[in-house]
Design a protein around this ligand. Structure first.
Ligand SMILES: [Fe+2]
Length: 287
């Protein structure tokens, strides 16, 4: 087991958690299911009060919490949003999340938000740019964050590195950790015709602090990362290999569209937990 402990040593994380969604607040609080931790979407808790914060406080009384955001726009050329950063820091002080994460992407240009997670050109210049900004965020928060690989549907002709090489470059420059989304690797590998297993082999083992599992939709011409379905068979296979390489890293079931009954998420969680418990740790020998 590779439990992850937060900077203050207040709590640790292990096993397979579930993404906390508003539709499940009451089910969770009424039944206190056997889930080792929940991941809250940072951007949903940035208000000054109200029901979301109230529910998150109740959930945090019973479970370790991680914070996962989409609003830092780490790869953008817009200045870092200091209002957002201050709110994020306040949330961290209030909830003591074991992990704090956002994405390896940009979302805004000229302060207009696209409300999507756009990939970067994979160049040294872009790696330095986003690496510097991740460092600035970490300096402001006072601890490391995790950056997550995103699903993508376009590539830039300017790219000089593969996505995996770029990710490793950014992690080294920023001295940050990695949230390795297994579904996103599979979706992007399928859309851009690269080898998902080769991608996994390049990831620095000691930086992988969390993994994500989710479902995609096959659109015929490409795979669309909907987070609205069960995890697909090839993603389970890739997850098994990731566990062999990275060890029993805390893993999350993500489901954001067509959100089903909590019992469906629990069944997916239990399936992932079986993979998680069974895997033999072969970090030294690779696959
Ligand atoms: Fe994810």
């Amino acid at each position: 087991m590779r439990p992850v402990q937060n900077a203050l040593g207040m709590s640790s994380l292990s096993g397979v958690g579930i993404g906390l969604r508003a539709t499940h607040y009451q089910t969770i609080l009424n039944s206190l299911p056997q889930v080792p931790w929940f991941e809250a979407l940072t951007d949903n808790y940035m208000g000054r009060g109200g029901l979301p914060l109230h529910h998150l406080e109740r959930v945090a009384e019973h479970y370790p919490i991680t914070l996962h955001g989409v609003g830092l726009s780490l790869g953008s050329t817009d200045p870092l949003n200091t209002t957002y950063l201050k709110k994020l820091k306040q949330l961290c002080e209030r909830f003591q999340p074991v992990l704090v994460s956002d994405h390896l992407c940009w979302s805004s240009v000229s302060n207009v938000h696209g409300h999507d997670l756009f990939p970067l050109p994979y160049t040294e210049r872009a790696a330095k740019h986003i690496g510097d900004r991740i460092q600035a965020v970490q300096d402001f928060l006072g601890h490391r964050i995790l950056v997550e690989n995103v699903s993508s549907y376009l590539q830039y002709k300017e790219s000089m590195q593969t996505e995996a090489e770029f990710l490793v470059d950014v992690i080294e420059r920023a001295d940050c950790n990695l949230l390795c989304d297994i579904n996103n690797i599979f979706v992007s590998a399928s859309n851009h015709n690269f080898d998902a297993q080769e991608y996994l082999e390049l990831m620095p083992v000691d930086r992988v602090q969390e993994m994500h599992l989710a479902g995609y939709e096959d659109q015929g011409t490409h795979l669309l990362d909907t987070h609205g379905a069960k995890v697909h068979a090839p993603v389970w296979s890739l997850y098994e290999r990731a566990l062999q390489r990275f060890g029993q890293v805390p893993t999350l079931i993500e489901w954001d569209t067509n959100i089903p009954e909590f019992s469906v998420l629990m069944a997916e969680r239990d399936k992932a937990a079986a993979y998680h418990a069974d895997v033999k740790h072969h970090v030294a020998s690779g696959f």
